[in-house]
Each structure stands twice: as C-alpha cells, then as structure tokens.
Design a protein around this ligand. Structure first.
Ligand code: UP5
Ligand code: MG
Length: 190
C-alpha cells in the first residue's frame, strides 16, 4: 500500500534543552507521532540486538551512532505506524545524518524546531534528571555539548538558510516554552 506523503518535523537542541518534554506536549495537543532517535537507540541496547554494543559504547562517549543504524530504526517505525505525521526528536545530529536520511528515506522535513538553551541550564537539567541514563554524568555531558556545538550547529544553519527553522527560547517554564511552540503547529489545523 502506498502511504501518503509524510509530514516531518525535526526537533533539534542540545542535551537537556527540553526536546522530549515539548514533544510530549505537541503529541498531547496535536496528535503527531513522536519518534525519539535516542529512545529507539536505547531500546536496541535493552533488547540485546546485534547493534546494541556499538550503540552503548557510542552513547557513553557522547558520540554519534552510525547513520545507517539510526535511520534503519526510524524507517521501521515510520513504515509500520499508521500515522504520517512525525516528530523526529534528536535527529539529525550532524550533516552526514541529514544527508543520509534524505537519501534513504527520500524526504526532507517540512519544519525544524530548535530549542535554544544556554549550556549551564542544559547541564543543570541533565544532572537533575535522575533516570539512570548512562550518559547523564558530567564527563559525558561535556562531550555531548562539544559534539552538539561542532556537528549539530551546521545542521541548524542549513535549515535556517532554507527558511525551515523555528528557533525557540528554551528557558522558562514548560508552559512558557509550549506557548512558543503551539502556533507553529496550530496553523496546520486551520
Ligand atoms: N526540563 C524540561 N523542560 C524544562 C524546563 N522548561 N524547565 C526546567 N526543566 C525542564 O529534559 C531534560 C530534563 O530537563 C528533564 O528532567 C526535564 O524534566 C527537564 P528533556 O525534555 O529530557 O530534554 P532533551 O532535550 O530531550 O534531553 P536529552 O538528554 O534527551 O537530549 P540528548 O539530545 O542529549 O539525548 P538523546 O536521547 O537525543 O540522545 C542521546 C545520545 O544518543 C546522544 O548523545 C548520541 O550519543 C545518541 N544518538 C545518536 O547517536 N544519534 C541520534 O540520532 C540520536 C541519539
Ligand atoms: Mg530526549
């Protein structure tokens, strides 16, 4: 069966910038399908799949998992789910991820959200999270921040140049941040 053309939103921002939290709000209000690349990768580790050990060692180092692994997981979710409106959270993390997604999936995002948050706030949030993530320690957080600045910035700039980027001030209460996010999706409901 041919699927209708997907509506894809990429959700970008540094570690702890609030991507997952705001995606939950978007799902609640607008009913899109949330695909967190990090959650899909952590699920692979937990299921002891063939790629699990590669994924675990990469995440511990705050580095980026090979594109083909992440895209395979995203593709499977996109193909098996009924929805055609996706919030892809935490991906693409680098230009190579972005280009590989375009080639393999054959689609570009309709819009891109960027949660802009100062580093000290991101560090505070991640250290307070307490969900037992292997990468939520100060050494790995520093590495994640470096990788974000060096490799995710070019992706953000690419979508900004294409006029697809919505930059959101990620400091404030969850409600204050969602007030900025809401109108971006509300226009499609009209
Ligand atoms: N919080 C949220 N909003 C708040 C607010 N307004 N005020 C105060 N506190 C707020 O939030 C983080 C914490 O802050 C939570 O405790 C929350 O309650 C609180 P969250 O919404 O979880 O932030 P998020 O941006 O989702 O942070 P996360 O740590 O998940 O971001 P990362 O991008 O670091 O993590 P991700 O899971 O995407 O990736 C993890 C690793 O997987 C990567 O480092 C990488 O190694 C690997 N990966 C890949 O290799 N490729 C991929 O494509 C994806 C991941
Ligand atoms: Mg997250």
């Amino acid at each position: 069966a041919t699927k209708e053309k997907p509506f894809i939103t990429f959700v970008l921002g540094g570690p702890g910038s609030g991507k997952g939290t705001q995606c939950a709000r978007i799902v609640e209000t607008f009913g899109l399908t949330h695909l967190s690349a990090g959650d899909l990768l952590r699920r692979e580790i937990a299921s002891n799949s063939a790629d699990g050990s590669t994924i675990l060692s990469t995440i511990k180092e705050g580095k980026i998992v090979p594109s083909e692994i992440t895209i395979k997981l995203l593709q499977k979710e996109m193909e098996t789910c009924d929805s055609s409106k996706f919030l892809i959270d935490g991906f693409p993390r680098c230009e190579e991820n972005r280009i590989a997604f375009e080639q393999i999936i054959g689609a570009e995002p309709n819009i891109v959200l960027f949660f802009d948050c100062p580093e000290e706030e991101m560090v505070k949030r991640v250290l307070n999270r307490n969900q037992g993530r292997v990468d939520d320690n100060i050494d790995t957080i520093k590495k994640r921040l470096k990788v974000f600045e060096a490799l995710n910035r070019p992706v953000i700039n690419y979508y900004s140049d294409k006029g697809k980027l919505y930059k959101i001030n990620a400091v404030g209460t969850e409600d204050e941040i969602f007030k900025q996010v809401h109108p971006i999706f509300a226009v499609y409901e009209a």
